[in-house]
Design a protein around this ligand. Structure first.
Ligand code: G6P
Length: 374
């Protein structure tokens, strides 16, 4: 039944709209309540015997390809914040090309929807040889990565058919937020922060339902953008990953050039591209980087950039006080979960641009769901 499209025209569309349910399944049985029925922590059964080792390791290395890498990047800051352990990022192919150093005292976390991606699997074999603790985060029970890692977490997002990953991405981020909570100590100083994240996780499916109502708004935006040759996306902090992943979706399915750019790097090159014609999506939802994003928007507007600004609901006049730019307002959630909300309008946008351009949404040209060769 799961591999049928139901009332949807394409698997990608179905999988985007399934996210309230896939996230619910990802979290099922994993959020733990105390005696007072307040949420007090998470239980990740596949990690429980290894938490001490992860907490005391020298560094955590996130390793993946494509969308899975972007999900790991979106989670990096919260894992560092709650665990206090430095987290470094590796694209699997680049780690292998460099034969980068990995030590026995490292924890290597392999993120892969399929659990079969050749580059990620080879990087896992490399890290096993080096003696690191290897953790798998996959969507496929019994996959090579799930079998060969020492321990891990299944994201339980359900079968994903569309080549472009959507619901697996949001479930991967939810799992890694839970991983951050599991690895981080429950100290008095972090309690408020932890409780807000736990409540945020619990409410996430409702917030996702709310943001999915933007489907027709994103279709209208797709009509405006369908003829473009290029689309830039600027993000920073938690939403640098959103910019990369949004651009990856547009590239993969809509076959349109799109680039995710770290807003902090804008003045070191990308600013030269800004003119009245090139569309730029700026992600400026409310978090610790908000005032920096406000100033990025001002600088882009001063150069007559053609902006589409994603902001938290009710903040349109804060991000664009003088108007002039199109605004996408999304519900606000805890900062470390905001990438889950923010990617959804961009998934919808990529989907609609693709359909309008008449391309194959579920099986884009030249791409495969699982790349099992190096
Ligand atoms: C392929 C797919 C992408 C995916 C990547 C990593 O390139 O087309 O959608 O993100 O592989 O796949 P994995 O199964 O390891 O997450």
């Amino acid at each position: 039944e799961q591999i049928k499209k139901g009332n949807y025209e394409h698997f990608m569309q179905k999988e985007i709209h399934e996210q309230p349910e896939s996230l619910t399944t990802t979290m099922r049985g994993r959020l733990i309540r105390g005696g007072d029925s307040k949420l007090k922590g998470v239980l990740l059964g596949g990690l429980k015997d290894h938490l001490w080792t992860i907490r005391h390791c020298r560094r955590i290395i996130f390793i993946g390809c494509g969308t899975s890498y972007n999900a790991a990047l979106a989670s990096r800051a919260i894992v560092e914040e709650l665990s206090g352990v430095p987290v470094t990022m590796e694209l699997a192919s680049d780690l292998l090309d460099r034969q980068g150093p990995i030590y026995r005292e490292d924890t290597a976390v392999f993120v892969s929807q399929s659990g079969e991606t050749a580059d990620t699997l080879l990087a896992l074999e490399y890290a096993l040889q080096k003696g690191a603790l290897c953790v798998g985060i996959t969507n496929t029970v019994g996959s090579a990565i799930a079998r060969k890692t020492h321990c891990g977490v299944h994201i339980n997002a359900g079968c994903e058919i569309g080549v472009a990953s959507t619901k697996a991405y949001t479930s991967q981020i939810a799992v890694m937020a839970m991983l951050a909570l599991a690895v981080g100590e429950d100290s008095i100083s972090s309690r408020g922060r932890r409780e807000r994240i736990l409540d945020g996780l619990l409410n996430l499916p409702n917030k996702v339902r709310e943001v999915l109502k933007m489907d027709s708004e994103m279709k209208e935006l797709a009509k405006l953008l369908m003829g473009e040759q290029s689309l830039l996306m600027f993000g920073r902090g938690y939403n640098y990953a959103t910019a990369l992943e949004g651009a990856l979706k547009v590239k993969e399915v809509a076959l349109m050039h799109s680039e995710g750019i770290l807003a902090g790097e804008m003045k070191h090159g990308p600013l030269a591209l800004v003119d009245e014609t090139l569309p730029i999506i700026v992600i400026a939802t409310h978090d610790a980087c908000f005032s920096k994003q406000q100033s990025v928007i001002q600088q882009l507007q001063a150069r007559k950039g053609r902006l589409i600004v994603m902001c938290s609901k009710g903040e349109a006049s804060l991000v664009c006080p003088n108007g002039g730019s199109r605004v996408i307002e999304v519900p606000q959630v805890d900062d470390c979960l905001q990438p889950i909300i923010n990617i959804i309008p961009l998934q919808l946008l990529a989907y609609h641009i693709t359909v309008l351009r008449g391309y194959n949404v579920d099986q884009p040209r030249n791409l495969a769901k699982s790349v099992t060769t190096e």
